[in-house]
Design a binder for this molecule. Structure first.
Ligand code: PFF
Length: 471
């Protein structure tokens, strides 16, 4: 007979590390730098950082406090607070389902690059067109995705996440050190292009940090804002039920205000450093035009940096991709664990059976996403100005479309029906002060809902439609 035991984190460090393990992943190392490059560097960063400490803070506090106070997962938490709002719990559950379909595809890309560096073929990966020819090939991306997914599913299946988290404690600081070393090296790079122009890493740094307001319009500003906001949801793993579940494991005596500030800071810091590692290098090797290359950015630019390092580049490549793989794995485990836990809850199946079914279903879905670069190839213009294939479309639907909508409803529910006091009481229940309490109340009642409504309309393309009626 299976005995049901509710696990809880040993203390605030356990919580911060587990939440950081979920938060720090490909979102920080792959997604943040390509968005920052596409959206004009400095301006994106300023907007992003401002959003993290206002919007990100508000959403993170809301999720974790709901979890700790109701002591249950998102599916039940909203129902426990108010019967009529049960649907919101179900809606949040849609997000990890969608993210799961493509997260393992990116995990597969990372696995492939690790394999290439292990085989000592790092210079091949630095060749023009290598990444595109890999993702457009029919078999290889699926094989590597399956490898990555099999490891994730095995860990969830055998319930050994705790062991992995212990390992992640070593890997996370290691990853940070690697990123710093590569970032410093990136800044020393120099390259002479076909026209004899020399581009340096330091020039790349200024592109990364100094806001470029050339040709800025309201529409463009809204696009950047939407990108930054979608990155915030994705990166902090908020508004998708995950942080509610984590909150339900946190003990009453933990100082939430402080722990959440640490998570916000750490997640943002890793993303910022990842940009520092990738963007100056992209500028050096590919110039300003290379900045808009989107999801391929990390996979195209880093091999170039490793190649420029000489023989040691191959070793650095191995260490780097091992660590990114771990960061991706801990995040993917947290997504799959949520799916398994929720489906076990709904259908009362055993952990093993549920993990198997979810594993197979995720593999099928991810294989279809892989085929988005060959069999199901299309080019779709999204309202954020990006040209999307299947993977980008799923990413857009979950992070830019569903999440603003879920956050809007959550803010209306918490800000106006449950009332912020309910959250504040939980934040103060450990006897520690709730720092930024006034900011929280103002944000959850007024600023976040209005902004989410605007972004939702923008992401649904409604502004663009209305604008076109007048032009
Ligand atoms: N926050 C993770 C990252 O930045 O890679 C991704 C993620 C984890 C998204 C967990 C969603 C999730 F439920």
């Amino acid at each position: 007979m299976e005995t049901k035991k509710k696990s809880s984190f040993t203390g605030s460090l356990g919580f911060v590390l587990a939440a950081a393990g979920s938060a720090v992943g490909v979102g920080n190392i792959w997604r943040f730098p390509y968005l920052a490059a596409k959206d004009g560097g400095g301006l994106f960063i300023i907007i992003y950082v401002a959003l993290v400490f206002t919007f990100g803070f508000t959403l993170l506090v809301t999720d974790v406090a709901i979890g700790r106070r109701t002591k249950t997962n998102a599916l039940h938490a909203f129902a426990a607070m108010n019967r009529k709002w049960k649907f919101l719990g179900c809606l949040t559950f849609l997000v990890p389902i969608i993210i799961m379909t493509y997260y393992s595809v990116i995990g597969g890309w990372i696995t492939k690059y690790l394999a290439v560096y292990l085989a000592g073929h790092g210079t091949d990966a630095a060749q023009e067109g290598y990444f595109t020819s890999f993702i457009t090939s029919e078999v290889s991306p699926i094989v590597f995705m399956l490898l990555f997914l099999a490891v994730t599913a095995f860990i969830v299946y055998s319930g050994v996440e705790k062991g992995i988290e212990r390992f992640a404690k070593v890997v996370m600081p290691g990853l940070l050190i690697m990123i710093v070393i590569i970032a410093i090296y990136s800044l020393t790079l120099q390259f002479k292009d076909g026209n004899g122009n020399i581009r340096t890493g330091l020039q790349g740094l200024s592109v990364y940090l100094i806001p470029n307001l050339d040709g800025m319009t309201v529409k463009r500003f809204l696009e950047i804002l939407l990108d930054a906001m979608s990155q915030l949801f994705f990166s902090l793993s908020v508004s998708m039920g995950i942080m509610i579940t984590y909150g339900s494991y946190v003990k009453k005596e933990v100082n939430l205000s402080q722990s959440l500030a640490q998570i916000e800071f750490f997640d943002t810091f890793v993303a910022f450093l990842a940009g520092l590692m990738i963007i100056p290098a992209v500028y050096v090797f590919f110039g300003a035009e290379g900045m808009a290359s989107g999801p391929s950015l990390m996979f195209v630019s880093l091999p170039k940096v490793f190649e420029a390092m000489g023989w040691i580049g191959n070793v650095i490549g191995i260490v780097f991709f091992v660590m990114v793989l771990f960061a991706a794995l801990t995040s993917c485990i947290s997504i799959m664990e949520t799916l398994v836990a929720n489906f076990m809850d709904i259908f009362h199946g055993s952990r093993k059976k549920t993990s198997l079914i979810i594993g197979v279903a995720s593999a099928v879905a991810a294989a279809i996403i892989c085929m988005g670069y060959n069999v199901f190839y299309f080019e779709l213009s999204l309202p954020n100005g990006q040209t999307a294939q299947l993977l980008d479309l799923m990413d857009y639907v979950s992070n830019s479309f569903l999440m603003p909508f879920i956050s809007l409803l959550t803010c209306i529910f918490v800000g106006w029906i449950i009332k912020p006091k309910w959250i504040c009481e939980e934040m103060e229940s450990s006897g520690h002060p709730f720092r930024r309490k006034k900011l929280y109340i103002f944000m959850i009642r007024y600023v976040v809902p209005i902004m989410m409504a605007v972004l939702f309309l923008q992401s649904a393309g409604i502004f663009t439609m209305v604008q076109s009626l007048f032009v």
